[in-house]
Unconditional design. Sequence first.
Length: 99
Amino acid sequence: MMERHNIYRDGKVHVLANECKTCIFRPAVRPVDGARVAEMVRETMDAPGATVVCHSTLYRDEPEEHAICRGWFDRLAGRDPILRLAVATDSIEYQEEPT
């Protein structure tokens, strides 16, 4: 079963404004190996609206801080009809990385 996160709220899709310092799409600093990143990408390609939640927001006590990984968004959001619609309707909220 796919875990749900609070990235769709307040009528907006929340996306990190910039790649976090340890983004999984930055090979030199990512906290997981490349095979796991590839697996995560494959998992998101199977279902419209499926994304990778940024790990810097994922384990926060406040679910309203959850946001889509900016590295994933920049590379893959254009393939998803739901996210293309969100971009076209100005329904994306870019948020800063939590401190």
